[in-house]
Ligand binder design. Structure first.
Ligand code: NAD
Length: 339
């Protein structure tokens, strides 16, 4: 065994229906007295907090600039982000320049709260970076806050987390520790997502998905992007395909290629093979099946193959050449059996 693993320093609290109490306790523990509560819609009551409600997807620099000015002018000493990845993203943008600590209270399954990655957009272009200052000091997971997340969004976000787990198993910095997180994430999501789909107001199902989403984010931030994410990144960038649906479609095909190198994945799915487990879960959730149904044209496939070939991770378990990638993408395009 030979590896170097870095764990990120964070306090993680799970407790449904108790976010406000835990956040107040964390603010005190961190020695702060003037929190800025960043949220839209779903939120919590926090005594004495300055409220900031201007949150925009992908954090435009102007929006970040206004939040930074507000935090400084109001003498804020801690940021409390209650919301999805966009809300956490805004808090991270403020922390990046002010150094203010963040407490994150996630209300979706995006997972930004468990990473030190920030993102900002300017003139339609997104810049990302990694900085320890943007890593929330504490995460308070309260599954009751996700009960209002619509089922389609919950499924899309949960399948995205599943893709993070699966791809982590063969990503460039995969190691036994992030693999353990990833496999436990698969197990939790495989149990939780059908429950959320069938009974969206069942808090236990929501809790499973939230827990799986946390594990997914930790595993992925540690292991890096594997072949699956490289393919989806190319497809999303070149053909403007919807992010979550593209992930849900491509994942079984990459899994079929690489699962020989991750035998524990089938066990995590409680299935004879990982692909079978994944297809069973996708069918249960009525997830999209082919790139064709997203509007990708067959004639676009050769350009996609060329772009992916240039980005194939060095350590991908199965050798990947043009012919293999063409077969994979053709199959994903038509929605064929990945096996
Ligand atoms: P989001 O935060 O934009 O939320 C999606 C929609 O759901 C919004 O309209 C929001 O108001 C609504 N919503 C959120 N919680 C709700 C709830 N509980 N009930 C009802 N509605 C609710 O989207 P997201 O998917 O959470 O995050 C996506 C963003 O996060 C992207 O910008 C992505 O790049 C970023 N992200 C960053 C990282 C990172 O590590 N930096 C990781 C994952 C995602």
């Amino acid at each position: 065994m030979k590896f170097t693993h870095e764990s990120l320093p964070q306090r993680v609290i799970f407790d449904a229906y108790a976010a406000a109490d835990h956040v107040s306790a964390e603010v005190e523990r961190l020695g702060a007295t003037r929190p800025m509560l960043i949220s839209t819609g779903t939120s919590i009551e926090l005594a004495g907090a300055v409220r900031h409600t201007e949150v925009v997807m992908h954090v435009p620099v102007e929006v970040a600039g206004r939040a930074r000015v507000a935090a400084i002018e109001q003498g804020v000493d801690i940021l409390v982000a209650v919301g999805g990845g966009s809300t956490t993203g805004l808090a991270k943008a403020v922390a990046l320049t002010t150094g203010l600590p963040i407490i994150a209270v996630p209300t979706t399954y995006a997972g930004s709260e468990a990473t030190a990655v920030w993102g900002l957009t300017e003139g339609g272009r997104k810049t990302t970076g990694t900085d320890p200052r943007v890593l929330p000091r504490a995460i308070v997971y309260d599954a009751s806050l996700t009960l209002s997340l619509p089922v389609p969004l919950s499924v899309a976000s949960g399948l995205n987390a599943l893709a993070h787990c699966v791809d982590s198993l063969w990503a460039p910095r995969a190691d036994p520790i992030n693999r353990a997180f990833a496999l436990e994430g698969v197990r939790a999501l495989n149990v939780g997502l059908p429950r959320v789909f069938d009974a969206p107001s069942d808090v236990e199902g929501r809790e499973n998905v939230l827990y799986g989403a946390y594990l997914a984010a930790v595993a992925f931030a540690s292991a890096g992007s594997g072949l699956h994410h490289k393919i989806c990144h190319v497809l999303g960038g070149m053909f403007a395909l919807p992010h979550a649906a593209t992930h849900a479609i491509v994942l079984p095909y990459v899994t079929a290629l690489n699962e020989f190198a991750a035998p524990a994945l089938a066990t995590a799915f409680e299935a004879p093979t990982a692909v079978e487990g994944l297809l069973r879960l996708k069918n249960r959730l009525d997830a999209p099946r082919s790139l064709r149904e997203l509007g990708l044209r067959e004639a676009d496939l050769p350009a996609a193959v060329d772009a992916v070939l240039a980005a194939v991770p060095e350590k991908n378990p199965a050798p990947v050449d043009g012919a293999r990638l063409t077969a994979l993408l053709r199959n994903a395009w038509s929605g064929g059996d990945p096996r």
